[in-house]
Unconditional design. Structure first.
Lengths: 275, 266
């Protein structure tokens, strides 16, 4: 009895010390992160104020935040954020859906998949944003071209990734459904699709990042609104405070969006791993 | 008694990118109603090919596969199949996994659900109906897979090494369980195995196959005493070891075939 308690307290000690160590490491990491951030903005501020760098080009943080604050208050910033966010969300949702649909088509018809294989390879290795001007002349300068540019970035890679996931599904699961007399569409609905579901959700996450590339480039080329437009506009009127403050907004919004999709991923797939 | 399953001079070749592989050649086989037949033999003897042909997963290149006297056209409700592993869908509960056959045939009903729940109870899984496969041990999962197979009340059971991935004591339990379930229901079964003791303990008839290409080398009838005893009891009978010994010599003999004595495995 006594021995058992000794044994337990020894274990508890070990655990407390381990947790304490973990906590200290986490605190250290947080402090370093905060230091890096302050150092970056602090140095930038000093460099701007003391004219170590060209203020016209590099501006400085207090000026940026002041600009952001005023445009936020007078309501001129939010519409730009709104437009870009809507385009990005539309881009990655549509991109993932279309990619999944294409992948399904390729899975369904091995013949088609063989026919399209070289084209997919070429399209995949091509820098898709180079197609931007083509989209503008085809769809006019507006949302349609921007979303088309975004889709060109996301759809091909999504198709390839999901198609691979479809093909890598364990053949024995397919066999189970076939042994019960399942048809091809039942094999797809009951095995292939649910088995590839985690991959599809994770492509959603990859596509958030890719969609930002597509949307910003699209807005560079053809837009009257949006954060990409603000960057180009600031550049053209040589007001780099606008350019840099837009970059900060993009960093914040893009990170927030990525976190949201990450949370969604955990939520959608937790059922499988946890259970 | 009538033949439930019949292979009539069946040959099958796999056509692939690396050329043609003749898996089985001129196989004739008869499985009577209510009979338990095991297929044993070295790797490459086409055991699983024969099972897949019987299941109607693909037609034979030559010859005929008959189920209850009629040619097999494709997977049939009357035929149940158990794979080497459970292959329960991880995103479905045990109950939903067991119901998938009904779901595929569009025969979901309260009656089907009750039958599955009864079977789960019979196989000691009543507490696990709403759990997911990952939460269950290997033996429980294979029992759940057995429920999935038995739920459609097949007349014929095809068993593709369903006990090979399990620990010894669970394997013996499951052998007993399957044997009892089949005997009680008077079902026909074909078992593919690389475990000669298992074949001897469970079967009425053992078909020894030779490899490259797969063909029937010999059919051994199991003595009545072993047949009547269940798989666990029969292992203790005096006739048992000699039978396994006989199987060993035969399989080893055909193993040293044209391939040059490939290791006896699978």
């Amino acid at each position: 009895m006594n021995n058992e308690q000794d044994h337990r307290s020894w274990l508890e000690d070990l655990e407390t010390r381990h947790l304490e160590g973990e906590r200290r490491t986490t605190a250290g990491v947080r402090i370093c992160q905060l230091l890096l951030l302050t150092a970056f903005f602090g140095l930038w501020e000093l460099a701007g104020r003391y004219k170590w760098v060209d203020v016209l080009l590099f501006s400085y943080p207090s000026k940026l935040f002041h600009h952001l604050w005023t445009t936020l208050l007078d309501g001129t910033l939010l519409p730009h954020i709104g437009v870009t966010v809507v385009e990005t969300v539309a881009g990655f949702l549509l991109g993932t859906l279309l990619g999944a649909a294409f992948a399904a088509l390729l899975w369904w018809s091995p013949f088609l998949s063989r026919v399209l294989d070289p084209y997919l390879v070429v399209l995949n290795s091509m820098p898709k944003v180079a197609l931007g001007p083509i989209f503008i002349v085809s769809f006019g300068s507006g949302y349609t071209s921007i979303i088309a540019t975004t889709l060109s970035v996301t759809v091909i890679i999504t198709t390839l990734v999901i198609y691979n996931a479809f093909r890598e599904t364990d053949a024995n699961y397919v066999k189970v459904v076939r042994l019960f007399g399942g048809t091809k569409s039942q094999v797809f609905g009951k095995v292939i699709l649910p088995a590839a579901f985690p991959v599809m959700v994770s492509t959603l996450k990859v596509n958030v990042g890719l969609s930002w590339v597509g949307v910003i480039v699209g807005e560079f080329l053809a837009a009257r609104m949006g954060l990409g437009y603000l960057i180009i506009y600031g550049f053209q009127v040589f007001n780099f405070t606008i350019v840099l403050s837009s970059l900060i907004v993009i960093a914040i919004v893009a990170a927030a969006m990525y976190q949201l999709v990450s949370m969604l991923e955990t939520k959608l797939t937790s059922g499988r791993r946890g259970r | 008694m009538a033949a439930m399953l019949k292979l009539e001079s069946v040959s099958h070749a796999y056509l692939g990118g690396q050329g043609t592989a003749l898996a089985v050649e001129e196989v004739n086989l008869e499985v009577l109603t209510g009979e338990f037949v095991s297929l044993v033999g070295p790797s490459g003897c086409g055991k699983t090919t024969i099972l897949n042909l019987l299941a109607g997963l693909f037609p034979p290149s030559r010859g005929h596969v008959l189920l209850d006297g009629k040619p097999v056209q494709g997977p049939d409700v009357r035929v149940g199949y158990m794979l080497q592993q459970d292959y329960l869908f991880p995103w479905r509960t045990i109950k939903s996994n067991a119901l998938i056959g009904f779901e595929i045939r569009g025969e979901q009903s309260e009656k089907a659900e009750r039958k599955v729940l009864d079977l789960l109870r019979e196989l000691g899984l009543d507490g696990s109906a709403e759990r997911y496969p990952q939460e269950l041990s290997g033996g429980m999962r294979q029992r759940a897979a057995l429920v999935r197979t038995l739920a459609g009340e097949p007349d014929v059971l095809l068993l593709d090494e369903p006990f090979s991935a399990l620990d010894m004591h669970i394997k013996l339990q499951l052998e007993e369980l399957v044997w009892q379930a089949l005997r009680k229901r008077g079902k026909t079964a074909v078992l593919v195995t690389h475990d000669l003791q298992e074949a001897a303990a469970m079967s009425d008839k053992i078909v020894v196959l030779a490899a490259n290409p797969g063909r029937v080398e010999r059919v051994i009838t199991v003595p009545e005493s072993i047949r009547q005893a269940g798989p666990s009891a029969s292992r203790k009978l005096a006739d048992f070891e000699p039978l396994v010994g006989q199987l060993w010599t035969q399989v080893a003999e055909y193993d040293a075939g044209p391939a040059g004595g490939a290791a006896y495995e699978q």
